[in-house]
Design a protein around this ligand. Structure first.
Ligand SMILES: [Fe+2]
Ligand SMILES: [Fe+2]
Length: 143
């Protein structure tokens, strides 16, 4: 099944940004996404999926806040662009949790979420790696 495969494939050490607290958050969000298929199998699937996506949205928002705070402490010059990418995720999941968009089928939703996270971690998050690692205060802020 797709979701079983996702649990195997979504995280790989290639996605590490070399900052433990951030890697921990990223593994957590990919685990939540990998379990999303369970909500589609629930008796009241539409409600269950919207609730599961709301949980993902809350977790993601806490991560974004930690990450943006870390980038502020590191005086990262591309923080506005980085925050704008986070905002695209916030906007997509808000449409689902508020019911303003029709619920995507399971494969479409999982693909969008996994593609967004793997793409974002593998490109924009990795781009801050060297800059942030040069600032001990910023690294310490995420544990
Ligand atoms: Fe990010
Ligand atoms: Fe991140």
């Amino acid at each position: 099944m797709l979701a079983d495969k996702l649990e195997w494939d979504a995280w790989s050490d290639d996605l590490s940004v070399g900052i433990h607290g951030i890697d921990h958050d990223h593994k957590g969000i990919l685990d939540l996404i990998a379990r999303l298929h369970e909500a589609y199998d629930a008796p009241h699937a539409e409600d269950a999926v919207r609730i599961a996506v709301a949980r993902i949205a809350r977790y993601a928002d806490q991560h974004f806040q930690r990450e943006e705070r870390m980038l502020e402490l590191a005086a990262y010059p591309w923080l506005p662009q980085h925050r704008a990418r986070h905002d695209t995720f916030r906007a997509y999941v808000a449409e689902i949790t508020t019911g303003t968009a029709p619920l995507p089928v399971v494969g479409e939703l999982l693909s969008w979420l996994v593609d967004w996270w793997v793409g974002h971690i593998g490109t924009e998050d990795k781009q801050y790696r060297d800059h942030v690692q040069g600032c001990a205060k910023a690294v310490a802020s995420v544990g």
